[in-house]
Design a protein around this ligand. Structure first.
Ligand code: SF4
Length: 154
C-alpha cells in the first residue's frame, strides 16, 4: 500500500489556525487505497487556534515569523518535520496544503522584511520533504494532474 504523507487539515482535521479544516473529498477519493499518514506541524508546535505566521526572507534565510509577536517560529517546525520523516522513512508521496507557510510545496508565499510578496516556494515542512527527495505536490497541483482519475461515486 502506497504511503502518503498528507496535511491533516486536508483529511478534515480542524487544525487550521482558526480551528477549521481544509477537508478535500476529491483529493481523498483520489488517494483511496493509499495509507495516509497525517501531519500538522503548526498544531503540534503551537496548538489550535493560534496566531498566523508568514515566511519572511531576511536576505540570508527564510524564516516563519509570527504575525502576532514577530517571533521566529521556525525551529520547532523544522524539528517536527525531521522527526516525522525520520520516523516514517518509507513515505512515497508528500501532499501539502497549498499556500501554507509550513505545508505548501511550491505555493507558499514568501515576503521580504517589508511584507512585499517576493516569491512562492516551499513551506518549512515541505522543504524537508523535498530535501529528502520525496515526490511532493501541493494538493491543488496533485488534483489537477490526476483529475481524470477522480471517482465521484466514492
Ligand atoms: S496547512 Fe499544514 S500546518 Fe496548516 S493546518 Fe494544515 S496541516 Fe496544519
Amino acid at each position: 500500500m502506497k504511503k502518503v504523507a498528507i496535511s491533516a487539515c486536508l483529511l478534515g482535521n480542524k487544525c487550521r489556525y482558526d480551528g477549521t479544516s481544509n477537508y478535500d473529498p476529491k483529493l481523498l477519493s483520489l488517494l483511496k487505497g493509499c495509507e495516509l499518514i497525517p501531519f500538522c506541524p503548526e498544531d503540534f508546535c503551537y496548538g489550535t487556534p493560534r496566531p498566523t505566521m508568514d515566511l519572511i526572507d531576511n536576505g540570508k534565510e527564510i524564516k516563519a515569523i509570527s504575525n502576532l509577536s514577530g517571533a521566529d517560529l521556525s525551529k520547532p517546525i523544522i524539528e517536527y518535520a525531521k522527526a516525522f520523516f525520520d520516523t516514517n522513512k518509507d513515505i512515497e508521496l508528500f501532499i501539502g496544503k497549498d499556500r501554507s507557510p509550513s505545508c505548501g510545496v511550491r505555493s507558499a508565499k514568501i515576503y521580504d522584511k517589508e511584507k512585499n510578496l517576493i516569491a512562492r516556494g516551499a513551506g518549512i515542512m515541505a522543504k524537508e520533504a523535498l530535501k529528502r527527495q520525496i515526490p511532493s505536490y501541493d494538493a491543488e497541483e496533485y488534483l489537477e494532474q490526476n483529475k481524470q482519475f477522480i471517482n465521484f461515486d466514492k
